[in-house]
Write a protein of this length. Sequence first.
Length: 755
Amino acid sequence: MGKQLFLILSSILLWWWSSITISGAYSQNQTDWLALASFKNAIYKDPFGVLNSWNDSTHHCEWQGVLCSKRHPGRVTSLVLRSQGLDDFLSPHIGNLSFMRVIFLQNNRFHGEIPPQIGNLLRLSVLVLSNNSFGGLIPSNLSRCSNLEKLNLINNQLVGGIHSDLGSLTRLKGLGLFRNSLVGPIPRSIGNLSLLRELSLGENALSGEIPEELSRLKRLILFQLSSNKLTGEVPAGILNISDIIIFDVRLNQLSGSFLNDVGTTSSLRLLSAGGNLFTGMIPSMLTNATGLESLGLSYNNFHGPIPKNLGRLKGLYLITMSGNHLQDDLSFISSLVNCSNLETLGMMENLIHGSLPRSFFNLSPSIDRISMSDNRIQGSIPLALGNLFNLSFLCLRNNFLTDCIPHSIGALSNLQQLYLDGNMFTGEIPSSIGNITSLGILDLSYNIFQGYIPQSLGNCKQLIGLDLSNNNLIGSVPVEIMGLSSLSIAFSLANNNLSGSLPLQVGSLKNLGILDLSYNRLTGLIPTSIGECLVLERLHLEANSFHGQIPEALRPLRGLLELDLSNNNFSGPIPIFLAGLSLLMYLNLSFNQLEGQVPEGGVFLNASSVSIYGNTKLCGGVLGLKLPLCKSPSSKKSSSTKARVIYVVVGSLLCLALLLLCLSIYYRKKKQTTTNASTSLSFENQFLRISYEELLRATDRFSETNLIGKGRYGMVYKGILDGGAMVATKVLNLTQRGASRSFISECRTLGTIRH
């Protein structure tokens, strides 16, 4: 019995001791549990349900994304919740996780400020908050995290300057502040971070000079300061850092001749300095960096020849020197044949001259992009062009190339963009271009091409831009091309000698932004199908022979910015719907046969945006158009009334004159036959008495053939009496108000006449 009691007491004592131990452990990690709970409560959206495991049924060290210390049970050391779409602000209680060493929260949707309480995490070595929407300032007390080795705040919305106290994080190996809105200078104190290997401050608005102290960072492998507002020269020594792999200072305002500082390092893989103000020559010693794979020096002020030994850089896959003042022939191409990985060659906008060498067409089979536009290259393109069968981009525009384009161009089956505009190519456009079914943009404008547009271009079903303008092409517009619904950027056949009508297939261009068929010989009506081109922004049909009225089919084109129908044969009124195209900024209707009133809404309110010269029958509009006023309906009625009065008066006077003439003839004849008659005849025998029946016979019953005048109050007929006398008879319209008064007035007038 005593033994059993002892066992019971021992069990109770063990249970009690265990309870004390568990309670103590719970008390020790309650702070971390509360901090994590606060973190979860601050999350508004958790689209993937990653925080569903964060509940009371499991210990917080088993929650997804949470790792705890083995030496200190229950204490959180890592929080890894990358790419979970978590949305809302970051709880300041995260600063209570005092054992925290690693935080990975990149690729989420956190916003608001980075809580300064993170500065309390003195054990923190990695903080990655990139690709979120954090705003505000970089917390200054991050400098308290003396164990921090990696600070990545890339691609957020941080503002303000870079605090100089970051220079006290002597263990820092990676500092990423790329793509924010930071301003001000780069702190000199960053030069104190002797362990720093990665410095990424690009795509901000940093200003001032690059601190000389940065050249002390002898362990740098990444130096990224692109797309800022930095000035001055690149400190000597940075390019001589033995381990540096990436050097990127493009798109700043840096100057000097920093290329002279390139040493013998073989570790450099990427050198990008385009878009600055660098000067000097490109030194041949640049090729000592034999590991170089990408060389970008475009848009600076480099001059002189191009190094002939670039082929030493056998790993080179990209070389761009466009937009400088390099003056050389194309002999440097020969050495590039050794660069078996070469994919991109950019030498446009320089002073390069000479003919394309044979070696040009023996470049690496991997060559993908060649741009040598805006130089002085001359001669013809040889048949060997077909060797570059992997090309996707070829730009030789604005040179002095001549002769025909070889048919071998059709072998470039992967070509997506072809720019040969601004040269002096002749002959016909090769139909083999239609074999390049991957072609997206074709620009052959400003050459001397002749003949017809190849129908085979209709095979290029991926064309989004086509420009054949400013050549000597003839014939009609191929319906095969007009039916390419893929065309979306621009389609221009302007300044050629094309004839015929605009095909109905124009309605297939439902995605097209610009259509320019100006300065050709196109005729006929604009097809109604053009109303289906709802995306059209610029429509130029000027200088053709289109006729008819401006079609109602243009009404649905609500996105039009420019419309030019000048120098055609359009007639009729200007459609009012043009005033309803709210985005229209330029309208040219000059030199047509338009008539009537000019609308006064929309684009017509700005005289500088509208041209209507050469339409002599237009009137009205805003004062700036300087057109005559249109006659209002009331003024037209008044003018019509005045004209009617004039006609009546003139007609009456003519009738009166004719009547007097007839009477004069009659009395002259009567005087000859009655010279012996008595002068004592009664008054009533001095005038003829004519019956109504005789007047009917004389005027053939007032026939229209005898009508000689028509006035407001009646009509005048000529007639021949039975005796042969000619008379004029006026028939009054007594239903017309004033007819009686007019008759009396005429009688009084006749009564005053003496003959």
